[in-house]
Design a protein around this ligand. Structure first.
Ligand SMILES: [Zn+2]
Length: 265
């Protein structure tokens, strides 16, 4: 059997299993509907069914009470049949499995790769991704593809280093986060640079007002605005600010001041 046929078989198995799982789910729902149609109540706090007098009744027993013509019973029986058929289809499909290697990745942080979904190191609640694209390959191929994250119980003969690494996906995700952080910081620095006023003729003028930082574009602008409005005496740094702002904005101090004067004329 060619490897691509193994992959195809396993991909189809995933499709059929999913269909069977949803058929089971539908069967459960129609069963609950039938139980309610039979007059039973479900107590969710202890997942129990009770009759009208509060006595416990076994689940899946609505058929004992409902007539054969009951719509809820008919619906549930059809869903039950569909469920059995769907699982029969899975079983039939699996007759074509001749025992090639299969690999399952546990879906959580630092999840390992297992040979089956019944590994003793996992829990009933563990969720797996069936790596069907790797079906029929060998352990070295899996490590090259996914990283050194083999389960040491499922792969007792694998070199220890193959069980102690980090997944390629996790390394890629980390690199992506790091790159995004660098980009964010660069954008922040560029923004700060755009808002920064530099004074080539000495240190940044000190206004004595902690709310007015003349190295900032907005503050320098409002300082010059006020200086023009109220007169230079109260704003001793007017000329230096005008010069620095003019450099920043690609104009001349005179034009800049004229612009503000126009505003207050
Ligand atoms: Zn395992």
């Amino acid at each position: 059997m060619e490897r691509q046929d193994m992959v195809k078989h396993d991909e189809q198995l995933v499709v059929l299993s999913k269909a069977a799982q949803s058929a089971s789910q539908r069967s459960e729902w129609t069963c609950a509907d039938a139980m309610r149609a039979a007059g039973f109540r479900h107590l969710s706090r202890n997942d129990m069914w009770v009759d009208s007098e509060g006595h416990m009744v076994m689940p899946h027993t609505a058929w004992k009470v409902l007539p054969e013509t009951s719509a809820a019973r008919i619906k549930h029986e059809a869903a039950k049949q569909a469920e059995m058929d769907a699982w029969d289809t899975v079983e039939l499909h699996e007759k074509g499995y001749s025992g090639w290697n299969r690999f399952y990745l546990v879906l959580n942080n630092n999840g390992h790769i297992h040979r089956s979904m019944s590994c003793s190191t996992c829990y009933p609640t563990t969720t797996y991704s069936f790596l069907t694209g790797l079906s029929g390959t060998d352990d070295a191929t899996v490590v090259a593809d996914q990283g050194e994250i083999l389960c040491s119980v499922c792969f007792p003969d694998a070199p220890v280093a193959w069980t102690m690494g980090e997944s390629k996906a996790s390394i890629a995700a980390k690199a992506e986060r790091a790159a995004a952080k660098v980009a964010r910081e660069a954008a922040k620095a560029a923004k700060a640079e755009r808002n920064l006023v530099t004074y080539d003729d000495g240190p940044v003028p000190d206004t004595g007002d902690r709310w007015c930082d003349l190295s900032k574009l907005t503050d320098a602008r409002s300082y010059l605005d006020s200086a023009v409005c109220y007169g230079g005496d109260r704003f001793p740094h007017k000329d230096r600010v005008a010069r620095a702002l003019a450099v920043k904005l690609g104009t001349t101090p005179e034009k800049l001041i004229a612009k503000y004067e126009k505003k207050y004329r």
